[in-house]
Design a protein around this ligand. Structure first.
Ligand code: 9D3
Length: 252
């Protein structure tokens, strides 16, 4: 399996080291499934003060990232490897990130992630680079670095061989499952729909803790009953906490 190459363009390359050298992202690199290349955009600024931003035309608060450093950095970095890169800009204006998007990105050979900072990026360089624009949710962060790390983490854990046992990624709450698995339990879910449900509750020893007992069914040894209970829990919790997931089973 060829490795997935990440090129990360940022003004704060050091902010990535903790995440990339921990846990699953680190394992993915050690395993040879992913490689991470950090690139500081600042050295690409051709002005003498290595300035990467300026005040917005039309006025207003904050600073806007200049076109030139980001554009030149992107082309230089793309030239470092012959594989074509899928360009991705992390931005609050982007398409909301979903598990199906993650699954598709995990099959690409190379991803070039642009993490912006400041109020934004000059629109002309976005038009020129035509990146995929992705947001990680409707809340305000101070830059695109954490979103880029979220994207990397979510992708590399899907790469073959990175997780301990083969099916742990498949069993995730958000992993799609054929709706037929829930025949009769989910009205409206057709054969072809892929249903994403929240996970069921989990328990381990001791059997009673702080007067709280583990549900009897899990101690029954009746695996059919256990499966049925877990499925009911998944559906019930999804109904209670995330009814939106049941309304729209298709995740484009
Ligand atoms: C005052 C207008 N702000 C837009 C809501 C400006 C602004 C806020 C935050 C501009 C940039 C940022 C920095 N955030 C990101 O770069 C970002 C982000 C986010 O803030 N939330 C969710 N996903 C993402 S992806 C990149």
């Amino acid at each position: 399996m060829p490795s997935l190459r990440f090129d990360i363009l940022t003004l704060f390359p050091d902010s990535f080291h903790g995440v990339l050298n921990a846990s699953i992202p680190k394992r993915a690199a050690e395993f040879g499934a992913a490689e991470y290349h950090l690139h500081d955009v600042r050295p690409f600024a051709e002005n003498k003060h290595r300035k990467v931003d300026d005040r917005p035309f039309g006025g207003g608060p904050g600073m806007v990232m200049l076109c030139q450093p980001l554009f030149d950095c992107t082309l230089a970095v793309e030239g470092m490897d012959p594989r074509p890169a899928t360009r991705i800009l992390l931005t609050p204006q982007g398409e909301p990130l979903t598990q199906s998007r993650i699954e598709r990105l995990a099959t690409e050979p190379r991803l070039l992630l642009i993490a912006g900072h400041y109020e934004g990026i000059d629109e002309r360089v976005i038009d020129e680079l035509a990146p995929l624009e992705i947001s990680v949710g409707d809340y305000v962060l101070s830059g695109g670095e954490l979103p880029a790390m979220i994207l990397i983490d979510a992708i590399v854990r899907l790469l073959p061989g990175v997780l301990g046992h083969d099916d742990s990624a498949e069993e995730d709450s958000f992993a799609p499952r054929p709706a037929s698995e829930f025949a009769g339990e989910l009205p409206g879910a057709s054969e072809v729909d892929r249903v994403r449900l929240l996970d069921c509750p989990h328990y381990t020893r001791p059997r009673v803790w702080n007067d709280r007992a583990v549900p009897d069914v899990l101690l029954s040894g009746d695996h059919e009953a256990i499966d049925r209970w877990r499925r009911e829990q998944m559906i019930e919790r999804t109904r209670a906490r995330r009814p939106d997931l049941l309304e729209d089973n298709r995740d484009p």
